[in-house]
Ligand binder design. Structure first.
Ligand code: GL7
Length: 807
């Protein structure tokens, strides 16, 4: 690939210099670093777009449209250079010119158009679809402000606006000419002519959806796909002219502001409730605008006559329930605007649509009040009501439990529109994201549907972009792997298994250790800069990085640190393997408990790190503002990967995969994809602890677990830690932790922190003890990488394609 772009380093330098003059009218030497970055990214983006338009017209091939309200892209430059095979040439050229590539890359924005795992998964799928040759289009939202920037003040999370577009985004192109109109509200009018009738919506608020396209460069550069993200603008500039002419600028601008608000912010809740009208508007905006584009492209390629062909050429994937309106919206367009019969339109829609469920957390199963829904989207609501009506009419009433089944599966219930049910009813395929999670969907969460239509259900275990999370993130290890087994693993992650034969190889082991050390030093300097904490790189790096949520149990982790501190103070000669505990992650603004756990971690860090009696054996660091870019510094430096959600709570997890791929040993529960990691690496290369899902269920059902009993009976150790939450031990930084204490005790240990505590601490101790045996630890690390090929998202999208999309 590289020669098509740049013949060699000198050619790259010449083109780069030329772009500086053309884009900014200046010589390379006269540009600051930010502008140098801007020109380089624009040059590469430009070439990527060229590749896309020069790609063969794909009209005869099936297209996959991946609808997701979040795409957490992360920085793109390094990834695209790797995918295009020009990383070395560009690196050498930049070095010669003056500013090294990695310094330019520091200037790149990290677009926070997602919260966490779900949004990052969508971005990994884009990379993989392009890599394996699927015509995959992303369809999402272009939020003016991404997920908030997190700062820490006296241990507390403070949220700051993420003005990510401040200096422009080199990778996007505004496609004003492809804008479409989207209507909210209005009245549905029935027309009749010659015995035929149809519906039309009149009035309401009309919004212009403007697309921005981001090229998605596949590995090898053979395929460049597209991510289309939508922004809301007023449909015309003569809005409220009257008010404007009368001098009431405020009134005139209010209209503009109302419209623009739709794409202004990303809701900061991860797997949580949204319930706000604006969120529903966002969901409809990208669904309607996206589908209008899909249908227009289909018509251009295949004409307007044979809609039954739509499923042959179009697959529509709905990432969670946020795009659940794809079904009814597709029907609205087909029935009202293309004159297709209702039943046929339903057949066509469901043959196109598939759905992934990402969580069983009850608070995240989206529901909208019928009144709100009907007012905002009257015609869509009519269609949903009709679908629900027909669903009830044709329901198999001959089953014994039909009433329960209907109550569980109907779309409209209790004055609410249940989006998961809407998604399942419209989809021809429903999948979970790990084997365990899919099992739980079938047995519990979506059991009614599973009883009725088991053939719809299937599992697609998540995956990650191994190119980004190993190739880009871990330069020394990536190079070691390529020097040892060649670079075929970048295209085909299963080749990582060839590392198996080097697990015991002393020179490979030594090089691995050097790479790990380099990564630790890189992280330590980042941690020092961003949090002020000094990490000793000879310590074990024990890492838990992910969103803050009660079920993920960062509290359990920090209570283990509190326990270690107590024991070290009681017995200074206690043997503890020196360990640095690294935490990072954001909590939703409104999630008080999660934010208090962040404050607790910082308070414990403050006490421990400056206490000479313990700080040679334990250090704690909270790295602020977890994002794709900082994650890429953390994963490669980790010795231990903490994956400690209670069994049955985490649908899959994906940081578990990123960390194992970089050679970290998982300390985890039998939850989500941990189960599959354990199966692949075997007992010697993972540490599992805690209650299993059946045990969790049984314990909850038994009603015999009492947090206060534990407290009373175990006052020496666990009770002492619970007391320390509110007795002032950690209060110096910003007060005590009464609310954490109360939440733990008054919810009767809902997240089983106390229930799993001893099993967890014991497992941790056994694990770090083995760190002393360097050879066997490193062997297990390499073994983890060697077994990680399965978790490439290339494998995942191939499965989606062969079993669901058939593109
Ligand atoms: C999540 C799950 O919580 C997480 O376990 C999973 O790995 C991810 C991708 O499938 O999806 N579900 C969810 O709502 N969010 C997730 O990260 C926000």
């Amino acid at each position: 690939m590289s020669e098509t772009f740049f013949k060699d380093k000198d050619d790259f330098i010449a083109q780069y210099r030329d772009s500086c003059r053309k884009m900014l009218g200046k010589r390379y030497e006269d540009l600051n670093e930010r502008d140098r970055y801007f020109v380089l990214a624009s040059l590469i983006a430009h070439k990527a777009r060229d590749l896309r338009s020069s790609a063969a017209d794909l009209k005869d091939e099936k297209q996959v449209y991946y609808f997701s309200i979040e795409f957490l892209l992360g920085p793109l430059l390094d990834n695209y250079l790797l995918n295009l095979g020009i990383r070395d040439v560009v690196k050498a050229g930049c070095r010669e010119l003056g500013t090294p590539l990695d310094e330019l890359e520091q200037r790149e924005v990290d677009p926070g158009l997602g919260n966490g795992g779900l949004g990052r998964l969508a971005a990994c799928f884009l990379d993989s679809m392009a890599a394996v040759g699927i015509n995959g289009h992303g369809n999402g939202m272009r939020y003016r402000y991404g997920l908030f920037r997190q700062e820490i003040d006296h241990g507390r999370q403070v949220e700051k606006m993420d003005n990510w577009l401040e200096n422009g985004f080199s990778w996007e192109a505004r496609k004003g000419e492809s804008s479409v109109l989207v209507r909210f509200g209005g009245n549905v009018v029935r027309h009749e002519d010659d015995g035929r009738y149809w519906f039309e919506t009149e009035g309401g608020q009309i919004v212009k959806a403007v697309p921005y396209d981001v090229p998605i460069v596949g590995y090898g550069g053979d395929k460049v796909n597209n991510l289309r993200i939508w922004s809301a603008e007023p449909a015309s500039e003569d809005f409220d002219l009257q008010a404007f002419n009368n001098g009431d600028y405020a009134q005139a601008m209010r209209f503009r502001a109302d419209v623009e608000a739709i794409s202004q912010i990303l809701y900061p809740n991860d797997a949580g409730e949204h319930g706000r009208l604006l969120r529903l508007k966002q969901e409809y905006l990208f669904v309607s605008a996206g589908l209008q584009t899909v249908l227009r492209d289909f018509e251009r390629a295949h004409g307007k006559d044979d809609w039954s062909e739509l499923p042959t050429y179009v697959a529509i994937h709905t990432n969670d329930t946020h795009p659940a309106m794809c079904g009814p919206e597709l029907m609205r367009i087909l029935v009202d605007e293309r004159g297709i019969d209702f039943d046929e339109a339903f057949q066509i829609a469901s043959a196109c649509i598939s759905y992934t469920n990402h969580t069983i957390m009850p608070e995240a199963l989206e529901k909208w009040p019928i009144d709100m829904f009907r007012n905002l989207l009257p015609r869509l609501y009519m269609l949903i009501e009709e679908i629900d009506h027909r669903y009830r009419d044709t329901f198999p009433h001959d089953r014994d439990n039909w009433q329960d089944l209907l109550a569980e599966t109907a779309i409209l219930w209790d004055g609410q529109v249940r989006m998961a049910n809407l998604s399942v009813i419209f989809a021809h395929s429903v999948n979970g994201v790990s084997a365990l999670h899919t099992g739980i969907l079938e047995d519990t969460t979506l059991h009614g549907f599973y009883e009725l239509t088991p053939e719809k259900f299937n599992n697609k275990t998540n995956g990650i972009s191994h190119r980004r999370f190993l190739g880009n993130s871990n330069p020394p290890y990536g190079k070691l792997i390529t020097d040892t087994i060649g670079d075929g693993w970048l295209k085909d992650a299963t080749q990582l298994s060839r590392l198996g034969q080097y697990e015991d190889d002393p020179s490979f082991q030594e090089e691995f250790a050097k790479a790990r050390q380099w990564n630790k030093e890189r992280l330590a300097s980042y941690v020092k800069r961003t949090s002020g904490v000094e990490l000793d790189c000879s310590m074990v790096f024990d890492v838990q990085v992910k969103r803050f949520h009660a079920y993920k149990r960062q509290l359990l982790n920090i209570m283990k640190v509190m326990d270690l501190r107590n024991r070290l103070l009681d017995d200074p000669s206690l043997e503890v393997r020196p360990t640095a505990f690294v935490f990072s992650g954001k909590a939703a603004q409104s999630y008080t408990f999660a934010k208090e756990v962040i404050r607790l971690i910082n308070a414990v860090a403050d006490v421990v790190n400056k206490d000479g009696r313990v700080n040679d054996r334990i250090r704690v660091a909270f790295v602020p503002n977890f994002a794709v870019s900082s994650a890429q510094l953390i994963y490669p430096a980790a010795d231990i990967s903490e994956q400690i959600s209670w069994a049955g709570s985490e649908a899959s997890g994906t940081s578990n995969m990123k960390l194992m791929m970089n050679g970290a040993i998982t300390l985890g529960t039998y939850d989500g994809a941990n189960v599959e990691i354990a199966k692949l690496v075997g007992e010697d290369s993972i540490k599992i602890f805690g209650l299993r899902t059946e045990e969790v269920d049984a314990l909850r059902a038994s009603g015999t677990w009492f947090a206060w009993d534990v407290y009373n009976k175990d006052h020496e150790r666990l009770g002492r830690i619970i007391d320390q939450l509110n007795d002032g031990t950690f209060a110096e930084l910003s007060g005590s932790f009464q609310s954490v204490h109360d939440e733990l005790m008054m919810s009767n240990d809902h997240d089983l922190v106390l229930a799993d505590f001893y099993s967890y601490v014991k497992a941790w101790e056994e694990l770090v003890q083995t760190y002393g045996d360097r050879r066997s630890w490193i062997r297990a690390s390499i073994h983890n990488t060697a077994q990680s090929g399965f978790f490439s998202s290339d494998r995942t999208v191939r499965e989606y394609n062969s079993e669901i999309w058939h593109a």
